[in-house]
Design a protein around this ligand. Structure first.
Ligand code: ADP
Ligand code: MG
Length: 322
């Protein structure tokens, strides 16, 4: 148990187009504030590299120039290498090269529209992330992994400063460090897609908890809902049986990238993929919580005992590795 003389510091700021809050416990408020400030600076620094809209960013440069830079900042190289791994492992479900398509649908500007089939077919060949260094038209967008990566970097700062207990909320991406100062687990709420309340509570220690869903960022046209997560195979917003996909694991960037990828896969494929990774043991252990449109709650067995449904689901089920 951490001593009760620990001082709580909580700071919020806006970065990466979202609201972020750092809550930490340290020996003094002054020290806590300094650490919060260091985290904010680091997140700002990452945004300056990864932003698709800041003309001075490294990603903006790649997206607006035909020649690929000879060398990259280490952060960007790390994310590209990591993205390549997840892209390959998920057979392209996670693809950070969809930007031209996503822009065409208006998600970058808010000027939403349903593009013509011809336009999508014209753009799709230039979304092949494996051709990053060969296709001049490739454009990157780390929207599905950047906040998770930023949370990992924030965690390093907390650890360097000897902080043992903290909770980061980076636009709904949660990263818990240690336990609460009283020795109990952090309790994280998974949002109910239908009413914005809590669908289930999850108790965690030193874990990232990241949710992808279609219920927050979308537009509607002719009674059809178009969400901000795309099927890389078709260049169209995902329409499947899921409302949300939450990943729980040690690393923020894994949790973030996988929440998007497993959301793209849909219920059956996501469960199959999880079982496959757990059997092969070549991938970090992770857990999932998925909520279907039919109001089922399904979670991986590693979370048994730590998850508490707060909503009258049609069914609640846990899945074991094979
Ligand atoms: P959010 O960050 O909005 O909570 P996600 O982590 O799921 O949710 O990321 C969604 C963002 O990732 C989209 O706004 C878009 O920029 C990008 N994106 C959409 N579809 C994909 C995909 N299949 N693979 C990788 N990135 C995607
Ligand atoms: Mg994500």
């Amino acid at each position: 148990m951490i001593s009760c003389s620990q001082k709580k510091t909580s700071e919020s700021f806006t970065a990466m187009n979202t609201f972020m809050t750092v809550t930490l416990y340290s020996s003094s408020s002054k020290r806590g504030e300094t650490v919060c400030y260091q985290i904010q600076s680091r997140v700002d620094e990452l945004e300056q590299i990864l932003s698709t809209t800041l003309p001075s960013s490294d990603v903006f440069f790649i997206n607006h120039n035909s020649n690929f830079p000879a060398s990259l900042k280490p952060e960007l190289q790390t994310l590209i290498d990591f993205s390549k791994l997840i892209y390959e492992k998920t057979e392209g479900a996670f693809n950070p090269a969809l930007y031209p398509v996503i822009r065409e649908w208006g998600f970058t500007t808010g000027e939403y529209k349903v593009p013509s089939t011809e336009k999508i077919q014209e753009l799709l060949p230039h979304t092949d992330f494996s051709k990053l260094y060969d296709d001049e038209k490739i454009e990157l967008d780390f929207g599905a992994v950047g906040k998770g990566y930023a949370a990992d970097e924030a965690l390093l700062i907390l650890e360097e400063n000897g902080i043992k207990s903290a909770l980061l909320d980076f636009g709904g991406n949660i990263q818990a460090l240690g336990k609460k100062p009283d020795g109990s687990l952090w309790k994280v709420g998974i949002k109910n897609p239908w009413d914005g309340q809590v669908a289930c509570a999850l108790s965690v220690e030193s874990k990232a908890v990241v949710t992808s869903g279609g219920y927050e960022k979308f537009f509607e046209e002719a009674v059809q809902r178009y969400i901000h997560i795309f099927d890389p195979a078709t260049g169209r917003p995902i329409q499947n049986d899921l409302e949300s996909m939450t990943i729980v694991c040690e690393s923020g960037k894994y949790a973030d990238a996988l929440s998007t990828a497993l959301f793209v896969m849909g219920k059956d494929k996501a469960i199959y993929w999880w079982k496959k990774q757990m059997a092969e043991k070549s991938f970090p252990v992770f857990d999932f919580i998925l909520i279907t449109k039919e109001q089922q709650l399904i979670y991986s067995s590693g979370l048994a005992g730590f998850i508490e449904p707060m909503y009258q689901f049609e069914s609640v089920e846990s899945v074991m590795p094979d």
